[in-house]
Write a protein that binds this ligand. Structure first.
Ligand code: SF4
Length: 731
């Protein structure tokens, strides 16, 4: 992973260097960017998460800065069906503001919705949430992180009273005697994390992986459990059943630090390993050995990721693994515990500061009167004027353009045309809008449908903070200014707020002028430095306000300063006092619940939302490949990554391929009740013969989400990306 520095060029003549972090995943690998005479060099730096390593995506991230596909001016569509044409910023922002006013005049404040992203900095996520509630007064805001972390978040909240992906530093992985990964494939999604697994193995630790595919991570494991997709919950209950039968319960921990165990004990009593073997395909011997490996060592860690979480029963599946961890007394013990591996770059911070439908900054609930009072005070508005909770991401997208749904949508940092489940339906909803605005730095597939496209800055062109998978707040540092014609998202929000404010004065509109507090410059958001009307464009100013807004909340950033983040290589929340300690390790003494105890919740297996049948006899599951990130809008444009993984594919077992008359490389159709994808077949004995897999990074014919199911978890709103019923045919 460490190799020669990678270089991209731009005709400039100055020399600069910044220590920053990779723009992609939640590992947030440390890197150094150097610009000299127009050349940008990426080099890894030693940071606690990546320890000097980068994956291919990080090495090549700078290539997008000067990419020919980069947008350099706003684009407008003059009428439906007309091509997008370049426009000035004033024309574009005027058009957006006028469109918002027209829709809200006619249909009310909730007729405008906002859709954010888990890659936005903390400052942008915060500003977006405030913009929705204060400037637009809409309850409709959610983000693509709903599809990443929401099930683990909901399970963590109800068990521990807080949602922080890893409640301990990543380095703890290296100290675990047994490490169980459930539905996680870091060898492909975040390769430098394997350095911590190597530590663990070097100390004699055992790695166990639960995954329906023999992934690159599973190949390195001491034991691989390969359950039928959708049966992880039953596997977890069986592991707890074995632990109880064998007398491995940590009785003192359960008695002193938890509540609700008896009901869980009764529930898992019925999960006999032999029956779970019949259901899941995992042999009894593997269930017993795994339970033993977790229960009979000093330190054990259980980690879940999207494979376990992206199900209509994702919250309950994670809960089953948390129950197991609690029964064994793991959470809060150094080198032990339960955690989940966050996916997107700011998946953690993005869900703490208000771009989630039910949240206010500091991980406060929007339906909590005390939380509303606090945040409203910081924002300078009456608490009664803050809207209530909106709906989760898929429900929001599904309602667009309907009789009761929003008529306008502002998208920041997301590409739902590729990444949403049942994507053709989502695409049709986006086309039904009166106004679609997309802020991005390339023409993503979603931007292609927009009425207005706003070109925004990239990671190396902005300052700010992100919060990584450990709950560690990090500094992103700008190497250079955005190119001419490009603005930051904060500047875009400032410009729109100014126009909505002016519109509220000049027209009789739903926008109340007294809801634009903290008047700053009277500027109209005329550039990256401008700001006002409560929406500063300067990230540091926004962060200072975020600190105040989060103070006293579960995710308390009041004691986090940029200086401290730089000095200490990150600050772990909660950190309420600038002079007090931060919190690298949670739960050491108690849990942040009303009685200080963690809570067990009994959970039972139920079938997937869509079961196989004669017409659709195979299970379909999705995931990532090493070279690409999320919808691929960025990584598909990087030469080296495109060469490494040029197109989508369908992975199927050779026995299944035989039955279907398919050879490797043949184009196949994967058909579900919602649509189909076409891609070349890739034969692999690494997958179960009853299951097919496709990566979700590609649009068009190979779009995996044309097939996926939009059934969602009732608690988290997480769609069931990881299992649906399909048939496969040679195309
Ligand atoms: Fe590190 Fe993730 Fe970036 Fe790869 S994509 S370099 S693992 S932060």
């Amino acid at each position: 992973m460490t190799q020669g520095a990678r270089v991209t060029t731009r005709p400039e003549v100055h020399r600069r260097e910044v220590a920053t972090h990779c723009p992609y995943c939640a590992l947030q690998c440390g890197m150094v960017l150097r610009e000299a005479d127009g050349r940008i060099e990426v080099a890894p730096r030693d940071f606690p998460t990546n320890r000097g390593g980068l994956c291919q995506k990080g090495w090549t991230a700078a290539e997008l800065l000067d990419h020919p596909d980069r947008l350099a001016a706003p684009l407008l569509r003059d009428r439906p069906g007309a091509p997008l044409r370049p426009a000035s910023w004033d024309e574009a922002l005027d058009r957006v503001a006028a469109g918002i006013r027209a829709v809200q005049d006619r249909h009310g404040p909730d007729a405008v919705a906002v859709f954010g992203g888990g890659g936005l900095t903390n400052e942008k996520a915060y500003a977006l949430g405030k913009f929705a509630r204060v400037a637009l007064r809409t309850r409709h805001i959610d983000y693509n992180g709903r599809w990443c972390m929401s099930s683990a978040a909901a399970a963590g909240l109800r068990a521990f009273g807080v949602d922080r992906g890893l409640p301990f530093p990543l380095a703890d992985l290296g100290r675990a005697d047994t490490l169980l990964l459930v539905g996680a494939n870091p060898a492909e999604t975040m390769p430098p994390l394997l350095r911590h697994l190597a530590d663990q193995r070097a100390r004699g630790g055992q790695l166990i992986v639960i995954d329906p595919r023999l992934t690159a991570t599973a190949r390195q494991a001491d034991r691989h459990l390969q359950p039928l997709p959708g049966t992880d919950l039953a596997v977890a209950n069986a592991l707890l059943h074995v632990a109880l039968t064998e007398g491995w319960l940590d009785r003192a921990y359960v008695a002193d630090r938890t509540s609700g165990f008896d009901e869980v004990r009764r529930t898992v009593a019925g999960y006999w390993p032999a029956e779970v073997e019949r259901l899941s395909g995992v042999p009894v011997a593997d269930l017993e050995a795994t339970a033993r490996a977790l229960a009979t060592v000093d330190r054990a860690i259980i980690l879940t990721a999207r494979g376990a979480e992206q199900h209509a029963k994702g919250v309950d599946t994670v809960t089953a693994f948390i129950n197991l961890a609690l029964a064994l007394g793991l959470p809060g013990r150094p080198g032990s515990g339960y955690g989940c591996l966050t996916g997107q770059g700011n998946g953690q911070g993005g869900r703490e500061h208000g771009q989630k439908a039910d949240q206010l900054p500091g991980y406060r609930r929007i339906d909590d009167p005390a939380a509303r009072e606090h945040v409203a005070r910081v924002w300078g508005v009456p608490a009664d004027d803050l809207p209530g909770p909106g709906v989760p991401a898929y429900a929001l997208l599904d309602s667009l353009g309907t009789a009761t749904g929003p008529r306008a949508l502002l998208v920041f940092g997301s590409n739902p045309v590729v990444s949403a489940p049942r994507a053709a339906r989502v695409e049709s909803r986006l086309r039904a809008l009166d106004l679609l605005v997309v802020a991005d730095f390339v023409r993503s597939e979603t931007a292609d449908l927009a009425d207005v496209v706003l070109p925004v800055a990239q990671w190396a062109e902005e300052d700010g903070t992100l919060t990584n998978l450990e709950g560690r707040v990090l500094r992103r540092r700008a190497l250079r200014e955005p190119p001419p014609g490009v603005r930051t998202e904060l500047a875009v929000l400032a410009g729109l707020a100014a126009r909505l404010h002016a519109g509220a004065i000049l027209h009789r509109t739903p926008h109340r002028t007294d809801l634009f507090p903290t008047p700053g410059s009277a500027g109209s958001g005329g550039g990256n430095a401008a700001g006002g009307h409560g929406f500063p464009a300067d990230p540091r100013t926004v962060f200072e306000e975020l600190r105040r807004a989060s103070a006293g909340g579960p995710a308390d950033y009041a004691g986090v300063t940029w200086e401290r983040v730089e000095r200490d290589e990150g600050v772990f929340w909660p950190c309420p006092d600038p002079d007090g300690p931060d919190t690298p390790r949670l739960f050491t003494e108690s849990f942040p619940t009303p009685d200080g105890r963690a809570r067990f919740h009994p959970v039972t297996h139920w079938p997937a939302a869509e079961e196989v049948c004669a017409e659709y006899p195979l299970h379909f599951t999705t995931g990532r490949v090493l070279a690409h990130y999320q919808s691929g809008a960025q990584t598909r444009r990087v030469d080296a990554l495109r060469r490494a993984a040029p197109e989508g594919f369908v992975e199927l077992h050779p026995d299944l391929a035989d039955r279907l008359g398919v050879a490797g490389g043949d184009e196949v159709r994967v058909v579900s009740r919602r649509g189909e994808l076409r891609a070349p077949a890739r034969l692999s004995p690494a997958i179960r013969p009853d299951t097919v897999f496709a990566p979700f990074h590609w649009p068009g014919a190979a779009r995996a989400n044309s097939v996926t199911n939009d059934a969602v978890d009732p608690l988290s709103g997480m769609p069931e990306f990881k299992i649906c019923a399909v048939r496969v045919e040679k195309a």
